[in-house]
Design a protein around this ligand. Structure first.
Ligand SMILES: [Ca+2]
Ligand SMILES: [Ca+2]
Ligand SMILES: [Ca+2]
Length: 874
């Protein structure tokens, strides 16, 4: 590890003038305690309004304001239109940032210019052409405030006293649907119950000057406008994930500078952010390295030492270790130092004392990791079993969903990033019931659809955990016949086998009924996709009958005129079929002896899909060479991280040979799975012919597959693998140079937990098979990160179990409730450009930081199982 021993110099960071907001080198306005970002993050995520864009304010370290833009609604929802940023100019000379944004649907362009004016910014909206007739009265400049940081705080509007409501209870009116600005792709977020009218919130207050949070110096902010009326709304009236919205409607028929606001966030004089002491909330086993990473404000001066304090059995506290603080250096906006207390090995209850900051307590003990996967396997996973009634003690998590089954999707461009092509690729007509699909499967995440790709991963993850560790844990009653799941009720069958069975049941049904894999089984209408509540109430459980009127039920009570039935999106993807074939082969192996009938069905589908999908790809390849390139790129991830710049000649040759081999021999990992399922030698030969080129081309990506093969291979294989593992070990250690936490950190639109877990799994296996190359110390990198040693805060990303201070709020089936489903794993630290990491623990709704997914959480089960295995080996 790279330490600069005790270099307690002042850091070479330019201090920002305590007085005025200045445009900094990173292109945002800054003064101490305040960052004002102007479209550093624009509206270009996977979905429309992700509450992550436009003008944003990071106020005493918390991003409490965002969404500053010209918008078409009082309180925009996720699927309301967002403007496309067409130009952004930073004018250093005048200290301003100008952004041009455009609504193509309405041919409507506006420009927002933000200029530093002392401690405030001026936000001005400019129009070259007047607001289009259709949008007059609706288009306005909006700025949104995080409810969880403003509720119960006071505010003054033109001197009138008020308080932000804890819960949405303001007033609304209804207006004719014809007046509603178009929503994403023409979908509707609401069910108007046949009234032809939509709901529009009324403002909480209006005026020309608002002072928010006069009672909280960290949140206090003053906004005024001479030329426009400010209206304050509660966005939660329409959608629980709405924010408080302040807006000014753009005037009709005007051009030029049409709206001007002055926005002044209050800054606490000489404010220094509290140190964030990252450590493992689950605790530490006695022999492992124990290094706290301390995140410091750039205006903070590091302490010379920190202490490890023990809480003894009599309740007394004593300092048992004092060590030097070691500097790591700057990483994005903060400065990092480390405190190494590995020397302390005695089991006990401890906390860290750094200056005046004390952490909560944690354990050092041989058994701290024993239960890290229990909440995930016993609680989170069974709650996500679709087509079942799920009970826990006195509580029902959900009834049996989607009793009416799934209809063939018509041609459609869906809202959850799916589409149905012009042909169905099935024998079914659009809207026809596809029988037998309402069985098995797992809810995707915070939504309740069956994402086929994710469900394939889930079954594979369970199989992997089963084949490697044979966990016999039985805490769950599962009856497919009763369609009933009861938590904490053993039924004599290992739960993991029942989860493999449950996932396989749905996927085999897809292959059998549809003839190939569906893309997804998902909602047909947007107004039940954003469902918050019992999954059984998403649809009415009755078959949709278009001959009935909407909301009408047939005399026999079996059909309704409400078009709420779920759809199967069936456009054929041979790549998805290949992945399913791999999974079915492994599932048939795992289920043999437990559910022989399902095992046989899975093997039949595996062989058929493997053959058909390979043929389809070959046909396509012959027809379109370029498509082949894409197919194979998709399959083997050729564009790996270690391909820097243009590939050289040698690399080009390797890539060509690798592609050719893949076309001839099939996917390398599939071959390995098929060998495991059938023990037919040709599959292993096909694997062996490809693995070395794959390792040369992309070591990080293919190391796991190489390690997975070890149980099937001879000693020569392992010897040949050694130099690659040595290179992989260097790759692991290089993360100590890249960031203070020593793990891969993702900067994408979804925080990086999947990448961190993958890395962790591979490091565990590399250590298990090559302990002399990859030392045991390396396996703790990922556990430390997951359980609290990370930027922003030090809470464990895994809900509830094992940790002293787990995160409390996640995005999932429970997302309206500000709670956690036990065992959930958060995506983690979401990076906001240009330099801010974030994980809200008081606001669940940002999926990129708080949403647990079935693929991610079952990946965590593998990581946890492997990690426990390493720790329990002597
Ligand atoms: Ca989904
Ligand atoms: Ca069981
Ligand atoms: Ca229905």
């Amino acid at each position: 590890m790279r330490y600069f021993t005790v270099m307690l110099l002042l850091l070479a960071v330019t201090p920002v003038s305590a007085q005025n907001l200045k445009l900094n080198d990173l292109g945002y306005f800054e003064r101490r305690a305040i960052n004002v970002l102007v479209f550093s993050n624009s509206f270009n995520g996977g979905f429309n309004d992700e509450k992550n864009s436009g003008i944003e304010i990071i106020h005493h370290g918390v991003r409490t304001v965002q969404g500053g833009a010209v918008r078409l609604n009082n309180t925009p929802e996720q699927w309301d239109l967002v403007p496309m940023m067409t130009n952004r100019e930073v004018d250093r000379e005048h200290g301003s940032i100008a952004v041009t944004m455009r609504y193509d649907d309405y041919d409507f362009e506006s420009r927002v210019v933000v200029t530093a004016k002392g401690k405030a910014v001026e936000i001005a909206v400019w129009l070259d052409k007047p607001v289009p007739e259709k949008l007059a009265g609706d288009a306005g400049f909006n700025l949104e405030f995080l409810p969880s940081r403003y509720w119960l705080k006071t505010f003054l509007m033109d001197g009138r006293l008020n308080r932000f409501p804890r819960y949405a209870t303001s007033q609304t009116i209804t207006r004719p649907n014809s007046e509603k600005p178009r929503q994403f792709k023409g979908f509707k977020t609401y069910d108007d119950r046949g009234t032809g009218r939509f709901v529009d919130p009324l403002p909480l207050e209006t005026g020309h000057r608002i002072v928010m949070a006069t009672d909280d110096p960290e949140r206090m902010i003053t906004i005024s406008s001479d030329d426009a009326e400010l209206k304050l709304y509660d966005g939660r009236m329409l959608a629980q994930n709405g924010w408080f919205v302040l807006r000014s409607v753009l005037p009709k028929g005007k051009t030029g500078k049409v709206v001007t606001w002055t926005v002044e966030p209050h800054a606490i004089e000489n404010w220094v952010r509290e140190p964030n002491i990252g450590f493992s909330q689950v605790g530490y086993v006695p022999d492992q390295p124990k290094v706290a990473v301390i995140e410091l404000d750039k205006n903070d001066t590091p302490q010379a030492t920190a202490a490890l304090m023990r809480i003894n059995a009599d309740g007394n506290r004593e300092e048992v270790y004092r060590g030097a603080i070691q500097s790591w250096g700057p990483y994005f906006k903060y400065n990092y130092v480390k405190f190494d207390f590995s020397a302390v090995k005695q089991p006990g209850v401890y906390y860290i004392q750094y200056g005046t900051t004390k952490t909560n307590d944690f354990l050092i003990d041989e058994h701290v990791y024993d239960k890290i996967t229990d909440a995930t396997t016993d609680v989170w996973v069974p709650i996500h079993m679709n087509h079942m009634y799920v009970n826990e003690g006195y509580r029902t998590w959900h009834g049996e969903p989607f009793k009416e089954g799934y209809l063939q999707a018509p041609e459609s461009n869906h809202f959850d990033l799916h589409s149905q092509g012009a042909t169905t690729d099935t024998k079914y007509k659009p809207y026809e019931l596809i029988p037998g699909l309402n069985v098995g499967g797992f809810f995707d995440a915070g939504d309740f659809d069956i994402e086929t790709g994710s469900n394939i991963n889930v079954v594979q993850n369970f199989i992997r955990a089963w084949e490697l560790f044979k966990p016999q844990r039985d805490e769950t009653f599962v009856s497919q016949q009763q369609r009933y799941v009861d938590l904490h009720r053993p039924d004599g069958v290992p739960d993991i086998l029942q989860f493999i069975e449950h996932g396989t049941l749905n996927l085999v049904a897809q292959a059998e009924q549809i003839g190939h894999m569906a893309q997804t089984l998902s909602n047909s209408v947007l107004d039940n996709y954003h469902h918050l509540g019992d999954a059984a109430s998403i649809t009415d459980g009755l078959h949709y009958d278009p001959s009935l009127k909407p909301y009408e039920v047939s005399a026999d009570g079996k059909r309704s005129g409400t078009p709420d039935d779920m759809w199967a999106f069936t456009t054929r993807s041979p790549q998805l079929d290949l992945r399913a074939a791999t999974m079915f082969a492994a599932a048939s192996h795992a289920l043999k002896g437990y559910n022989d009938d399902l095992a046989a069905r899975a093997l039949t589908q595996s062989k058929r899909l493997m053959q058909e999908a390979t043929e389809i790809i070959a046909q396509r390849s012959a027809a379109r060479n370029r498509q082949m390139e894409e197919d194979f790129n998709w399959l083997d991830g050729m564009e790996g991280n270690n391909a820097v710049g243009k590939p050289d000649k040698k690399r080009q040759k390797l890539m060509e040979r690798s592609r050719k081999n893949r076309a001839l021999l099939g996917d390398m990992a599939t071959n390995l799975q098929l060998f495991g399922a059938t023990k037919e030698k040709q599959y292993l030969d096909h694997f062996s012919q490809q693995i070395w080129d794959a390792l040369e081309l992309n070591l990080e990506r293919n190391m796991q597959t190489a390690l997975d093969a070890i149980p099937y291979m001879d000693d020569a294989y392992k010897q040949k693998l050694r130099p690659y593992v040595e290179k992989y070990n260097a790759y692991i250690k290089d993360f100590d140079r890249q960031n203070p936490y020593g793990v891969p950190i993702g900067l994408g639109n979804w925080a990086g937990v999947n990448m961190v877990l993958n890395f962790g799994i591979t490091v565990n296996y590399a250590h298990i098979y090559f302990p002399d190359i990859v030392s045991k110390d390396e396996v703790y990198r990922v556990s430390n990160w997951l359980y609290g040693c990370h930027p922003y805060h030090n809470y464990s990303f895994v809900a509830v179990v094992g940790a002293t201070r787990p995160k409390q709020v996640f995005y999932g089936n429970n997302r309206a409730d500000f709670s956690a489903i036990p065992g959930n794993v958060a995506p983690g630290l979401l990076f906001r450009k240009p330099d801010h990491f974030e994980n809200f623990d008081d606001w669940p709704f940002l999926w990129g930081q708080n949403e647990g997914t079935i693929a991610g959480n079952t990946q965590y089960i593998i990581f946890g199982s492997a990690f426990k295995a390493v720790n329990q080996r002597e």
